[in-house]
Ligand binder design. Structure first.
Ligand SMILES: *Cc1c(COP(=O)(O)O)cnc(C)c1O
Length: 536
């Protein structure tokens, strides 16, 4: 069903979905945007090959999409039942030795093509809702296949040609969406690498400005050791601390800033901590705001964070790995207001963007921000070639050999357009609002907090068992039976106990119907009741 325009029994109508979702998200959806959405073609119209639905993908897709539709059967279940041990045993039995003495020939690939679709978690199934693991867009799949066949490498022009120009256009377009004017950036493997790259730029800028040393050449000066700090939300992504460790700052350089009850960073606490850090003689290398926390989808107050960063001369990075997809939506873009003040932003199009993995972007406001990463290698791009107009591609990534992932991004963006993405995103917001309303109305469940984006945190109200144990078991029961892949996480301290474990539904499949959601909620409720009252 089309979530934004097709009322059906039990499902909220378009106006109420938009209004509820807007209220939940704190967004102001103007009446004209809602009206426009109602007049726009349906999701099905805009997605002749519905995102992730390989079964129907071939119906009116391009030749490449048709080929994929024929190759990969539609998912019949979210995952194989039986759990990891049995499956690993079967793989060992049927697919080893990995390198036989005599090759098997075509039987090798045919066996995998028969085995994998049934034995892989299918992100395109309506009951695969655990992670920011989207059903892939058939247009992206097909473009990915095209790139695989051509196999360009983005480390020198003479291994790439057109794909390097496509990468420039994609980065210019997305940095303009983020910052209002074309900046620059890098195509990455995802938020982890984007955050690493952003903190590398931030660290080097802080060392250059604060200590007069070029860290790329001379490393961290002793005076900087133990004195550079990164301020990020207490529920910021773990990759930030990991990057700090890898960058020689240490995980303890990341100071967690307390969050408000809705999981948004508390801007007053940020200002206070920043002042304390500076007063101690330490230097804030970066303030990191999250635009869409992985669990709650919370968007930190970006303008206030930018202000604190600026007041302390710090790099302002926005981890929009999840929420960055809203750049594609006319209706929801305003939730990212303040992003234009950032020095850099991480955006994962393999989350709220329906790309095949990987499709990460690190966007920078300053077109020259990545210049310090540039290198020259005689065998890839010597100066005389560059003088003759052959671009040196080495400044664009931490990688050397690198896939042309910009191609699939371009293909899908031009296929769907802003209107298409706006509808797909509205559908997922509508589903989150629908599910949250269900959890509020159903006494068997407890909604943890109103959804900010397209994830919903909740738990079953266990009456007999320990709530954390019952809810954890529900998720594993569903996994073991191959019936559903739902998420679990823990609420940040101080959790409103008893129990901090919550289940999570991540709604990223635009064409999911209210009937499919109802079936999933019934399944969760029934599985939980069995766990809570064994034998009844
Ligand atoms: C997913 C996520 C990341 C990590 O991104 P990967 O693409 O998995 O490397 C970082 N930050 C946030 C907020 C995320 O949701």
């Amino acid at each position: 069903m089309n979530w934004a325009a097709q009322p059906e029994s039990g499902a909220p109508d378009e106006a109420s979905v938009l209004a509820t979702a807007a209220a939940y998200a704190g967004a102001v959806v103007p009446a004209d945007a809602a009206a426009e959405a109602a007049e726009a073609p349906t999701v099905a119209d805009l997605l002749p090959a519905p995102a992730g639905d390989e079964a129907t993908a071939h119906q009116d897709g391009s030749a490449l999409v048709q080929m994929l539709g024929a190759l990969v059967p539609a998912p019949v279940r979210p995952l194989p039942p039986g759990g990891p041990a049995a499956l690993a045993e079967r793989v060992g039995r049927e697919f080893t030795p990995v390198l036989p003495e005599l090759g098997l020939g075509p039987a090798s690939l045919d066996a995998l093509a028969a085995f994998l679709p049934e034995q892989t978690v299918r992100s395109a199934h309506p009951r695969t809702v655990a992670h920011l693991h989207c059903p892939p867009d058939p247009v992206a799949m097909a473009a990915d296949t095209l790139v695989g066949v051509l196999n360009p490498s983005q480390d020198s022009w003479d291994q790439s040609a057109a794909p390097s120009a496509i990468e420039d256009e994609v980065l210019a377009a997305f940095s303009a969406l983020a910052f209002g004017a074309a900046g620059s950036g890098a195509i990455t493997s995802g938020g982890t690498e984007s955050n690493h790259l952003a903190l590398l730029l931030a660290r080097d800028e802080a060392v250059r400005r604060g200590f007069g040393v070029e860290p790329a050449a001379d490393g961290l000066p002793p005076a900087a050791c133990g004195r550079l700090r990164i301020l990020a939300s207490a529920v910021g992504h773990f990759s930030l601390a990991r990057a700090a460790a890898q960058l020689g700052l240490g995980e303890r350089a990341v100071i967690p800033v307390p969050v408000l009850p809705d999981h948004r960073l508390d801007p007053r606490a940020l200002a206070r901590i920043a002042a304390e850090v500076t007063a101690r003689g330490e230097r804030i290398a970066a303030v990191v705001a999250t635009a869409g926390t992985t669990d709650a989808g919370a968007i930190d107050p970006l303008v206030a964070c930018a202000k604190t960063a600026r007041a302390h001369g710090a790099w302002f990075h926005v981890d929009a790995a999840y929420g960055g997809g809203l750049l594609l939506s006319d209706v929801r873009r305003r939730l990212l207001d303040g992003l234009e003040l950032a020095d850099s932003a991480s955006v994962d199009l393999h989350k709220l963007g329906w790309q095949t993995i990987p499709a990460g972007l690190l966007l920078t406001r300053d077109p020259a921000a990545l210049a310090p990463l540039s290198r020259r290698a005689a065998y890839l791009s010597d100066a005389d070639d560059e003088a003759e107009g052959y671009p040196n591609l080495l400044g664009r990534s931490l990688h050397t050999t690198r896939r042309a992932d910009a191609v699939k991004i371009l293909a899908a963006c031009r296929h769907h357009g802003r209107a298409g993405y706006t509808r797909m995103i509205e559908s997922c917001f509508g589903q989150a609002a629908y599910v949250a309303a269900h959890f509020e109305a159903d006494p068997r469940f407890e909604l943890a907090l109103p959804p900010a984006l397209t994830t919903v945190l909740f738990r079953y109200r266990a009456r007999r068992g320990d709530p954390d144990r019952v809810n954890a078991a529900v998720r594993r029961d569903l996994l073991a039976a191959g019936k559903a892949v739902i998420g679990r996480t823990r609420l940040p301290e101080p959790a409103a106990g008893p129990g901090s474990l919550r289940l999570k539904l991540t709604l990223l499949r635009p064409q999911t119907t209210s009937a499919e959601l109802d079936a999933l909620l019934d399944l969760i409720g029934q599985t939980a009741a069995d766990r809570d009252h064994p034998g009844t």
